[in-house]
Design a protein around this ligand. Structure first.
Ligand code: SF4
Ligand code: SF4
Length: 458
């Protein structure tokens, strides 16, 4: 049976009403069609909730935080000191490389699914819509002007509170949260941390109250970068209508927070490949027993995402040698970083000779060489360090060979190593000092030299 179909949807703030150009006659074979439970919209919502939880949890549990006053970088349970800048630098570089690689393989998946700017902009849109609906229902008898003011007051109040919270979380990445909370409740805008908090709150409020996705379309460089990183095989959202059955309902346009029409091109700079228009079209075309006309596809000409006819490696995005190389680099880089993390000792020991004086002759007939030791406990438990050496007849002169170093402390200590005057034949004697940190039971060895006076030679 054929039926003439006119589709009307509730208008949203993104409405860009278009004139219905044509009315298509399509067989309505599935009047009870409902969009599947697991669609892109739901997936995005779940990912957004997880991202917000992660964004809040990272600084509060020291999973990732750069403590500027203490000059410490916390990452995945490790505490890095500023003198370990190399490992911090290469970790951040790795994260940036992953984002760039993801852009090449999967297009703007970061923008559509993970970007905080997008997540909070959409949340602000949705909040505004819900408040507008509530006020229009609750205060239906009030004038349009009064309802408009009520709407603005409610939206800006909630966004103001949310901005304080978000700015607090953001600044917590750089300042210890308890310290920051103290500054917040004392309305401190004089210290650098308090001032930064106030400025970030204002910027956050202006962003989510007024700027929102305009930021993505105008300021954010990532969208422009995508044009360089992507190619003909990159995942895009693409409109394909081989049967020419589009009913011009414009739902794909109305649901788009970026305010574009995906039918014009899959390569519009505003398109964040979020897939909302895929669901929108599916919800319309499904009613006619047809598949969506908007799909995720591997480039303009490539097969659709999830096409079972394609080999598995193509289905996960490894579509050419360039992508396989990028994937291999990620694996190698990640393995190297993991190895560097696992080889790192929480108690860092450095030992070097103090050659201001080459040696000292003691009245006890011993020859002394001086060494300088630095101990840095980068862990969260107190430790002790003990030294041993493989120098014949050598002795370490320390008050105690269990040197305590508290968690977070760094100490320097000089000590002497002595040998009997005639016990070594050479002027320069190579030996090894071993430092063991407990309770971690980590071991470091240092190749050193012991200098003897010339006259001690036989
Ligand atoms: S066109 Fe579709 S995929 Fe692109 S931003 Fe709009 S809704 Fe998302
Ligand atoms: S592509 Fe789909 S959602 Fe967009 S106007 Fe055509 S039928 Fe409607």
């Amino acid at each position: 049976m054929n039926a003439e179909v006119i589709i009307k949807e509730n208008p949203t703030i993104n409405d860009k009403p278009k004139q219905v150009k044509t009315r298509k006659k399509l067989p309505v074979v599935n009047k009870d069609f409902k969009l599947e439970k697991y669609n892109w919209h739901i997936l995005r919502r779940v990912i957004h909730v997880v991202c917000v939880a992660v964004f809040v949890a990272l600084p509060f549990f020291n999973i990732m935080r750069f403590d500027i006053p203490r000059q410490r970088f916390y990452f995945a349970g490790y505490e890095f000191w500023i003198n370990e800048f190399a490992i911090i630098f290469f970790s951040l570089l790795f994260l940036m490389f992953i984002i760039a690689a993801m852009s090449m393989l999967y297009g703007r998946v970061y923008c559509g699914y993970l970007c905080p700017q997008m997540i909070f902009s959409e949340a602000a849109f949705n909040l505004e819509e819900k408040i507008k609906t509530f006020i229009n229902k609750r205060f239906a008898k009030q004038s349009l002007n009064v309802r408009g003011w009520l709407n603005r007051i409610a939206v800006y109040t909630i966004l103001g509170i949310a901005s304080v919270f978000l700015a607090f979380v953001f600044i917590s990445y750089f300042i210890e949260p308890r310290d920051l909370f103290g500054r917040l409740i004392s309305f401190d805008i004089v210290t650098a941390g308090g001032f930064a908090g106030a400025v970030v709150t204002l910027i956050t409020f202006a962003d989510f109250a007024f700027l929102r996705t305009t930021f993505c379309k105008t300021v954010c460089p990532y969208g422009y970068l995508q044009g360089i990183l992507g190619d003909n095989d990159t995942l895009v959202v693409h409109y394909r209508d081989p049967k020419e059955i589009c009913v011009e309902c414009n739902k794909c346009v109305r649901v788009c927070h970026m305010g574009i029409d995906i039918r014009n091109s899959p390569y519009q700079i505003e398109c964040i490949h979020c897939g909302e228009c895929v669901d929108a079209c599916k919800s319309i075309m499904g009613k006619f027993g047809e598949d969506t006309l908007v799909h995720y596809a591997w480039g303009e000409k490539g097969e659709l995402l999830g096409d079972k006819k394609a080999p598995w490696y193509k289905r996960i995005g490894l579509r050419d040698i360039k992508r396989i190389a990028v994937f291999a680099i990620i694996l190698i880089y990640g393995t190297a970083l993991f190895t560097a993390f696992s080889m790192r000792h929480s108690v860092m020991v450095t030992i070097a000779p103090n050659r201001a004086t080459l040696y000292r002759k003691g009245e006890d007939g011993m020859i002394y060489n001086t060494f300088r030791m630095t101990l840095a406990n980068r862990g969260n438990k107190d430790s002790t360090v003990s030294l041993s050496l493989d120098l014949p007849n050598g002795k370490i002169n320390l008050p105690s060979n269990e040197i305590p170093v508290k968690a977070g402390d760094s100490i320097q200590q000089e000590f002497e190593i002595s040998v009997p005057a005639k016990s070594l034949e050479l002027e320069v004697n190579h030996f090894e000092i071993t430092a063991v940190a407990n309770p971690e039971n980590t071991k470091d060895t240092f190749q050193e030299t012991f200098i003897m006076p010339v006259e001690t030679k036989k």
